[in-house]
Structure formats: C-alpha cells, structure tokens
Design a protein around this ligand. Structure first.
Ligand code: ZN
Length: 443
C-alpha cells in the first residue's frame, strides 16, 4: 500500500525527468445530434488563460466562437490564446466550432467532412495548455461525445457514441460518422460515397500498385495503414485537394465541385504516390523543423516521380514536373538568398527546391550504383537508432553516399546562414550535379 503510494508520487517526477508531462487542460469535444460541433476545456485549478499548442494562423479567432461573451480568443505573437475579457481566472471555457474544410498553413485541416455527414477531425487542433504551451507537454486528454449510433475511430479502434484517449506528438485524424471501415489487404479504409466513381476506381487501381512499388524499394510496412478519403462542397468557389499522413494514417480530401469534375489522372496518381511515399519514409519522415521540410517533401516528390515513371513506363510527367519545380524554386529567390528565410514566406519551395536537391542527389547516387531509396533507408535507420529527424542527421548520413565536394556543399546549405542558396539552386538546375558554391567552406 505504502509502496504504491510512493510510486504515485514518483511517477509525475519520473515523467517530467524524461521530458514528458501531461497538460492539465482536458478537452471534451461534442458533436450534437443536429451536427454542430463544440469543445469544452476544463482545468482543475483556475487559470488566467488557455493557449493552443498548434496555432499555424489566427483562424480560431474567426472559426471558434466562445459560448459566453465573457471570453475572447486573441492571437499573441505566434500562438492563439483564450482569456476572460475581465482578466479574472477561470476553470472552464466552451467554444462553438466551424466544422467545414479549411486549409491551415503547414498544418493538418481541422475538419474534413464526408458527404454523408461523417467527419474526420485532427485531434492536434484541440491540444491546449494552461497559460503557455511548452515543449515538455506531450500528453493531451481528449474525450468525444457524438450521436449514439456514430462510429468513432481512434488509434485504429472503433468505438460507438463516445470515446476518450490520451493523445501525443502531432495528434491523429479521428473519424466520427455512420460508416464502417472496410478492411482490405492494403488498407483499413473509409472512402466517401460521394466521391465520383472514376476517382474511386483510380484509387482502387493505383494505390495497391504504389504500395507494392514502395514496399519493394523501401521495405514493407509493419502495419496496415488507415486510409481516409473525403469530399465536401465549398461555398466560396474554392476547389482543390489536399492530403497528408500521420503515423499509420493517410488522408485525402477533395473540396469544391471542380476538384472532382474533370480528373487529371496523372496529377491524381502523383498526389497518391506523394502521400504514400510519406508512409514509407518511416520515422525519418517525422521532420519537425519547418526549415527542414525540404527533406520529407522534396524526397516524397522524387519518390512520386520515380514511381510514376516506372509504373507507367514513361518519363514525360517527371520531366514536366522537373521543369515546373525549377521555375518555382528559382523564381522564389529575389535579393534574399537564405533558403530558410525564403521558405518561411513560401513553403512551396520545400517541394520544388527539395525535388531539385533529391533529383540531383539521385543522379550522383546512380553513378555510384546507389539510389535515393537506399539513402533514405540509411537516414531512417539513423533516426531509428535515436538520431533526430533533422537536416543535420541527413547530412551526417549522406557523407558516405556522395562525393566529398557534394557533401561539403550540402553541409554548408544546411548549416551556413551565409550560404547563397539562390546560386546553389541555379547551379544544380543547370548542371544536374552539386557544384561547390563560391562561399562554400574550405575543406
Ligand atoms: Zn507531402
């Protein structure tokens, strides 16, 4: 009895020593029978403010309405926070949510509606902390209450009507709705019945091919991923598609009628291949630093490109994609030559400039009887052994794969704030090989 008691006292200490702590704010998400969504946050001890762990923009200010006029959401620097207007302490605050599809910069869409009223939401959107979030917090208590007959899929388990769990890291996509997941050889999937038949056909034909292609090059997955594909109309005329992956999950959303009216088969294949590539990137794909996003996005673009060319036996799409990547990457540098600064205002360069880097690396690897898949596998093993998924680790790994000159130049690209990235990308776009830049470190 006494020993158990000591453990209860010791455990929080141990967790904080390991750098893991639970947020003291718990979230209850409620989907009403009429289909409206709300969230209530509770703290055991009174707090002056509650902040959100992920605030890629200030959209909560518009899309989250406090149920009481006593509260207000503010954007402060790079985070959003809720406080009482009179500044007093509080223990609970409730919001009415806007459950429509919206794109968040460099983050997952909070809600992806299905045409039958089902919903996929991102749990990470609801991570909140007393006062300010800091890096030590990585346990988030979430409960959801939906309609009695609703299926709720959390961590791959199907619950009915209600579920609660402790979340962590970047969170996960949670499904709430009437549909039953379909178990197939490759995926546990939930596909929106409202998606047009040709698109569903493209998925059923191409996804297994892409999976088996990557499994051969990068090793089979040791789990069966969940696949969510949804569609919603848009009221503002916007249309498009967006996909993403989280551990063991892949999700794709189409919005606006035009997005599904005339399907571009090549672009759709590329979209699938890019997302599936992320699944196979493994833990090395969990690159946290936004400045390093060229690693997982650039490589996913190249993996998509190689899989397209090899599965279809044609390089045309790859060549046109490379041309566009060159245009986009090179035109993004004006007087600013620091890649990180350029990427901060234009995250698309991670895809285009990242593709240029990986394509160039692949040329060099090819001459050395290697390839980017082997390189990525080595990067992945380094991360599996405890190295962080960062550009620095990537540069360490790549040392034994490329020439010393290429390695030094890449090292400079990653570590040297004075590095002229504009010149670097001009060079690799022209020569298709990594050349030393004028300001590269001397060996
Ligand atoms: Zn991606």
């Amino acid at each position: 009895m006494c020993r158990n008691y000591s453990w209860i006292i010791l455990l929080p200490l141990l967790f904080s020593c390991w750098g893991i702590a639970a947020s003291e704010i718990s979230a209850v998400i409620i989907k009403s029978p009429a289909g409206s969504w709300s969230v209530s946050y509770t703290s055991d001890t009174p707090v002056a403010s509650i902040s959100f762990q992920r605030s890629p923009d200030s959209s909560r200010v518009k899309r989250w309405k406090t149920k009481s006029g006593d509260f207000k959401v503010f954007k402060v620097n790079d985070y959003e926070t809720v406080r009482r207007v009179d500044g007093k302490l509080f223990t609970q605050v409730e919001f009415e949510l806007t459950p429509t599809y919206t794109h968040l910069p460099k983050d997952y869409a909070p809600f992806s509606p299905f045409t039958d009223g089902g919903m996929l939401f991102h749990s990470g959107r609801f991570f909140a902390c007393p006062d300010l979030c800091d890096d030590s917090l990585n346990e988030w208590h979430i409960r959801i209450r939906a309609a009695k007959g609703d299926n709720i899929i959390v961590n791959g388990v199907v619950y009915t009507g209600e579920a609660s769990w402790v979340d962590s890291d970047s969170g996960q996509k949670v499904y709430v709705g009437k549909r039953e997941p379909i178990q197939s050889e490759n995926f546990v999937s939930l596909i929106d019945a409202g998606l047009p038949a040709p698109l569903k056909e493209l998925m059923s034909q191409n996804l297994p091919k892409i999976l088996s292609y990557f499994a051969t090059r990068m090793g089979a997955l040791n789990f069966r991923p969940s696949l969510y594909a949804s569609y919603s109309q848009s009221s503002d005329g916007r249309y498009g598609n967006q996909g993403g992956t989280l551990p063991r999950q892949i999700f794709m959303h189409w919005y606006g009628e035009k997005a599904i009216e005339k399907l571009d088969q090549n672009a759709t294949f590329w979209f699938f291949a890019h997302e599936v590539a992320h699944l196979y990137q493994g833990r090395a794909g969990n690159v946290e630093a936004l400045a390093d996003a060229w690693l997982h996005e650039g490589s996913a673009e190249l993996f998509a490109s190689i899989s397209y060319s090899e599965i279809h036996g044609n390089h045309k799409i790859y060549l046109s994609k490379m041309e566009k990547a060159k245009e986009n990457c090179l035109s993004s540098f004006g007087t600013e030559t620091n890649y990180r600064k350029v990427a901060l205002t234009n995250s698309k360069v991670h895809y285009s400039c990242g593709l240029l880097i990986f394509d160039t690396l692949n040329n060099e690897l090819d001459e050395r009887n290697s390839n980017v898949f082997l390189l990525w596998k080595a990067f992945n093993s380094a991360v599996a052994k405890g190295k962080p998924a960062t550009a620095e680790t990537f540069v360490e790994v790549i040392k034994s794969f490329v020439s010393h000159t290429s390695w030094l130049t890449l090292k400079d690209f990653v570590a040297n704030a004075e590095f002229n990235s504009s010149q670097f990308f001009q060079q690799i776009a022209t020569n298709k090989s990594i050349q030393p830049t004028t300001n590269a470190s001397a060996d």
